[in-house]
Write a protein that binds this ligand. Sequence first.
Ligand code: FES
Ligand code: FES
Length: 169
Amino acid sequence: MAGELKIRVNGAERSVNADPDTPLLYVLMNDLELKGPRFGCGLAQCGSCSVLADGVEIRSCVTPAGSVAGKSIVTLEGLPALYAQQKGLAQAPALHPLQEAFVETQSLHCGYCYNGMTIKGAELLSQNPAPSEAQIRAHMDGHICRCGTYPRVMKAIQLASLKIAGGAK
Ligand code: FES
Ligand code: FES
């Protein structure tokens, strides 16, 4: 039954009127009007709806909104602020280093997978700032790009890793 639901998204407490069983993705897209997470398969198979919950990637299309109470949700929009927090920067950069790297390497084609690739890649870089190619491959497994940009996504993550090593701000 619909009622007031409080969730913490991108550092702010948000309150919506929704059934706790509503997929988190619908709340993020429809109630909070966020443009990062996207509906792809709706079955936890593609990753286009991914967000971070306490730093861990979840598939928001199959996550009941009521189940994330008390957790900190970060969407694509919140990645620069999360990076600043992780690195102890006084100010959030305009883009997370991986977002910058995606732009600089022109990695994407249609861009539909961009949200999930960025969320999952950022999760990896926060756990392991200098991942090997094999580690990147293993971590990104399960994120589908229908345009087949996988080699370029690899390049972007590697560039972001170099940026982080160089003290990207
Ligand atoms: S839309 Fe959620 S995994 Fe595909
Ligand atoms: S760039 Fe089109 S789905 Fe990945």
